[in-house]
Write a protein that binds this ligand. Structure first.
Ligand code: PMP
Length: 446
């Protein structure tokens, strides 16, 4: 096969994927990989689920496209109803897109149109956190707190305010003390006051951080605290559940861990589990009604509500429920966490293991107690990913050109994993860390 036309991030070529089933993938040379990151935390129900494929086949035989301004489809209505039923009370209106960045853009624009509809047109700023990741389109990038990805495009974007993500473990604060959550929530309030509450539209937050923070679990009191701050100042609360949604953290939505009551929820990734490109926003009824009363939502993508994508999405939710995958994520997440914690005794460079359910990460440090980072040039997170990949285990890290926001990897297998898979993941990671340890020992003893 000629390989010269396609391009992605760099010149580095990747193996060619042949097949994938369950938690395993095979390249065209027959090498098998355990998908320990569900791609990019996407394939929550595993690969090639026969019932999802069958639902897609049934839909394909009926119709594959219906333009949303000309037709509604049973598939999109069914998925919207299934989604609303899984969201908190009062969030019953669903808008479909084709991915996470599109969904984040949609949430920002819906929030803005709501402000205009209720006579609060001075509000336009969307506050987010550093570090964070909300997408790569220019709107979503403007609220992404991750300099290596945003800096080159700064002149093309409207600058948006940022507050620090609550990295209690780095700031020397006790994550179990509600005063810690209150401390970071107060930073959000200070930011709103400094910007002028009348100019602030929304605060967007990943309930459990994704790859930018390495599965950052908020400290006690934080989520409730930021919700109260938003309420106090008439600022909409947007939960970006692109990575955390669809069961990944052991609840269908991660916001459920804190009984959150947001205004807009953003979904993608596990929502269609990699079967089709699909994302969604689910919004509070009154918010959508105000926008529709105010003249309609001025937004939409050609592929929005695509019936094939929606049929696949609904079948994915059916599978999550039929197989009890949310509960399995909680159970297997606990079991994997215990195994990864166990690796800390054998590998001194593991500085921290954290996460919720099957959204887990390991952070590497030169000194665990002092929280000192490893030399950036060793590129430890990427070396682990590469060594493990050679050994047939896929784990995930963000590839950055320069500047590291934490030297971490994500260990996030599909929610269908069993204890046997967890053993394989742990044994391979153990071997990969041992090889890395040998590799970097000379540099560390210098
Ligand atoms: N929000 C979050 C929290 C994400 O993790 C991602 C993707 N990593 C996005 C938004 C953007 O999604 P996509 O890559 O599908 O555009």
């Amino acid at each position: 096969m000629t390989r010269s036309h396609l391009f992605y991030q760099s010149r580095q070529r990747r193996p060619v994927l042949d097949q994938a089933r369950g938690v395993y993938m095979w390249d065209v040379d027959g090498k098998r990989y355990l998908d320990g990151s569900s791609g990019a935390m996407v394939c929550n129900i595993g690969h090639s689920n026969e019932r999802v494929l069958e639902a897609m086949r049934r839909q394909m035989e009926k119709s594959t496209f219906g333009y949303r301004l000309q037709f509604e489809t049973e598939a999109s209505e069914r998925l919207a109803a299934r989604t609303a039923a899984l969201c908190p009370d009062g969030i019953n209106r669903v808008f479909f897109v084709s991915g996470g960045s599109e969904a984040v853009e949609s949430a920002m624009k819906l929030a803005r149109q709501h402000a205009l509809a209720i006579g609060q047109g001075t509000r336009w700023k969307v506050i987010s956190r550093t570090p964070s990741y909300h997408g790569c389109t220019l709107g979503a990038l403007a609220i992404t707190g991750y300099a290596p990805l945003t800096d080159p495009f700064a002149p093309m974007m409207r600058e948006m305010p940022k507050v620090p993500a609550p990295r209690a473990y780095l700031d020397g604060l006790d994550p179990d003390d509600p005063a810690t959550g209150a401390h970071y929530a107060a930073q959000l309030e200070a930011c709103i006051l400094a910007e002028g509450p009348d100019s602030v539209l929304a605060f967007i937050v990943e309930p459990v951080g994704g790859a930018s923070t390495g599965a950052l679990v908020p400290p006690a009191g934080y989520m409730e605290g930021v919700q109260a701050v938003c309420r106090r100042h008439g600022v909409l609360l947007i939960l970006d559940e692109v990575m955390t949604g669809a069961g990944r953290t052991g609840r269908f939505l991660a916001g459920e861990h804190w009984d959150m009551d947001p205004d807009i929820i953003v979904l993608s990734k596990g929502f269609a589990a990699g079967y089709v490109p699909l994302g969604a926003i689910a919004a509070r009824d009154g918010l959508v009604e105000a926008v529709l009363d105010g003249g309609g939502f001025l937004h939409g993508f050609t592929y929005a509500g695509n019936p094939l994508a929606c049929a696949a999405g609904a079948a994915v939710i059916d599978e999550i429920e039929a197989q009890g995958l949310v509960a399995n994520a909680a159970r297997m997440g606990g079991a994997l966490r215990a195994r990864l914690d166990g690796l800390m005794d054998r590998h001194a460079i593991i500085g921290d293991v954290r996460g919720r359910g099957l959204l887990l990460a390991m952070e590497f440090m030169a000194d665990r107690d002092r929280k000192t980072p490893l030399p950036a040039h060793l590129n430890v997170h990427q070396r682990i990913v590469d060594i493990a990949f050679d050994m047939g285990l896929i784990v995930y890290s963000r590839r950055t050109r320069d500047g590291l926001e934490g030297d971490h990897i994500m260990v996030c297998p599909p929610l269908i994993v069993t204890e046997t898979h967890l053993d394989e993941i742990t044994q391979t990671l153990d071997a990969a860390l041992a090889q890395l340890g040998r590799e970097i020992a000379p540099a560390l003893s210098e």
